[in-house]
Design a binder for this molecule. Structure first.
Ligand code: ADP
Length: 497
């Protein structure tokens, strides 16, 4: 890390040696004393050293969360008091916005302009939205057909919830998990991704400052195969909420079998983005850019299969190629950067590996197709890449790449493109660009995906449900849909005779 970069971070947070974990209201080192380094992907240099959680730390965190759930002040707080605590977290996020944005960018690599304009404010929004839900978790009165019975339902928290999140939106993912779980009255153990633990831990400090009782939120950084696996299989965890790859999602499900813990999964995607010839082309091309290059393509909803009607294929491809080649690659912390580095050496190898496979299978890059060199060679930078001459069965068109790589695929008609778009193990999101209202509704009905964006892409709001079809997972986050994931229904029968 260069001196200039360290100096931008205002907090004492990075000066801790190591950065500690949060268990039972205390900031502690790992039981084993082990630590791991988190890397600045813009430079490849060590950004901070972090306490490395393992099975023993998870045991302690689960015990703290259980105690807080069963007997601490937490279950006695009124819904209004819970809501106020969540609201306070939103205020503290806003108060510390610049520090959080810089930490997020240094740890993940994403351009600072997006951390400032999107990651941090949306995180605050998420807490504020769910602060409102704490007072609205209602049951029903049930008109049963048995005389003299009064029957009603209570909506109760699940209990102790384990939450495992990825590295692509570290702070937002933490808020998607923590805010609804806490609004519903659960206690939580959050495991951030090993590549990007910093902002979740800083958020933990803000959660303590807001006044949450000890043990309600525990944050244990560590690796997936150790800390993550210990949490996923823990016999005293009632529910796991996971966001990450489909491959690991299946392991989480297997690990849940021991105590039949509830599981929600938000997994991978290979989302189709479909441009009809009657679309407003200026916005469609811009939309296709945002769909694939936002966050370096490290987005589970990335519009990585770009279907373009054959009558406009050449012009869309040349517009996309032109725009992509003009993107400014740079250090995450540089306010002029459009495209930052990938998150890690591993991700760099994975994405460049896909690019090589694509070339071998006959795809032609119209722009990009290489790792970025020169002054960016120390970081994990890949050029924004557009592939032509691809067919649906190629690896590039089937597998999730999770990088700034899009394949363009021509199509002839609506029925054909809908069928091809659906031919995927995934079903997370889909985009449609058209000015014809009939096409809008036909495609919205035909596409097998949890989210459909029409004449827009990558739109998220705390109030709008989000989640996958098929192997993109199950359960929904956000909106009132997520309340089902963090509560259970108890039915009460009272004999009035
Ligand atoms: P990616 O491949 O994009 O890094 P992963 O699905 O591997 O995504 O990781 C998402 C999260 O899952 C991370 O927090 C990671 O540590 C965790 N994880 C990885 N493997 C396991 C596992 N076997 N059990 C539990 N969590 C895991």
């Amino acid at each position: 890390m260069t001196k200039r970069e360290t100096d931008t971070v205002q907090s004492a947070f990075l000066k801790q040696q190591p950065v500690k974990m949060l268990i039972g209201g205390q900031w502690v080192e790992s039981a084993s004393g082990k630590t791991f380094d988190t890397i600045n992907p813009s430079t490849g240099e060590v950004l901070a050293t972090v306490a490395e959680g393992d099975a023993e730390d998870m045991n302690r965190a689960v015990a703290a969360a259980r105690k807080a759930f069963e007997s601490g002040p937490w279950p006695r707080l009124t819904p209004s008091q819970r809501g106020r605590l969540l609201w306070k977290v939103a205020e503290l996020i806003e108060k510390n916005a610049e520090e959080l944005a810089e930490l997020e960018t240094l740890d993940n690599g994403k351009p600072i302009k997006y951390s400032r304009a999107s990651d941090v404010p949306l995180t605050a929004d998420h807490f504020r939205y769910f602060a409102g839900w704490a007072t609205k978790l209602e049951g029903d009165t049930i008109p049963v057909s048995i005389p003299n019975m009064f029957t009603y339902t209570l909506r109760e928290p699940m209990g102790v919830v384990g939450q495992i999140i990825p590295w692509n939106f570290p702070l937002q993912m933490a808020s998607w998990k923590l805010a609804p779980a806490l609004a519903c009255g659960n206690t939580v153990i959050l495991k951030p991704a090993e590549q990007t633990p910093l902002t979740a831990l800083r958020l933990g400090e803000l959660i303590c400052e807001a006044g949450f009782p000890e043990g309600v939120v525990n944050i244990v950084p560590g690796f997936g195969e150790t800390a993550g696996a210990a949490l996923a299989s823990h016999p005293d965890v009632d529910k796991i909420a996971f966001t990450g790859s489909t491959e690991v999602g299946k392991k989480i499900l297997q690990a849940s079998v021991g105590n039949l813990k509830r599981v929600t999964l938000e997994l991978g995607g290979k989302s189709p983005n479909i441009i009809f010839p009657d679309a407003d082309m200026k916005y469609a091309v811009r939309g296709a850019m945002n769909a694939i290059f936002f966050n370096q393509g490290q987005v589970c909803t990335a519009g990585s299969r770009l279907f373009v009607h054959k009558s406009v294929y050449d012009s869309v491809l040349s517009g996309l190629t032109d725009n992509a080649s003009k993107m400014k690659l740079g250090l995450g912390i540089d306010p002029n950067t459009d495209l930052g580095p990938l998150v890690s050496q591993e991700q760099l190898e994975r994405v460049t590996g896909y690019i090589e496979t694509g070339k071998r299978e006959g795809a032609k890059a119209t722009t990009g197709g290489e790792r970025a060199g020169n002054e960016l060679a120390k970081g994990y930078f890949v050029q924004p890449t557009v592939f032509d001459n691809v067919h649906d069965d190629m690896t590039l068109a089937r597998e999730e790449i999770f990088g700034p790589v899009v394949v363009a695929l021509p199509f002839e008609n609506l029925e054909e493109v809908a069928a091809r778009a659906n031919r995927s193990i995934y079903g997370l999101a889909a985009g449609v660009w058209t000015s014809d209202v009939k096409k809008v509704h036909k495609m919205a009905a035909a596409l097998k995906a949890g989210v459909i964006w029409v004449n827009t892409y990558n739109m998220f709001d705390a109030a709008a449900p989000f989640g996958g079809y098929k192997q993109s997972g199950y359960g929904r986050e956000m909106g009132h849909a997520v309340l089902d994931a963090y509560t259970q229904i108890k039915t009460v029968w009272i004999n009035l005779r």
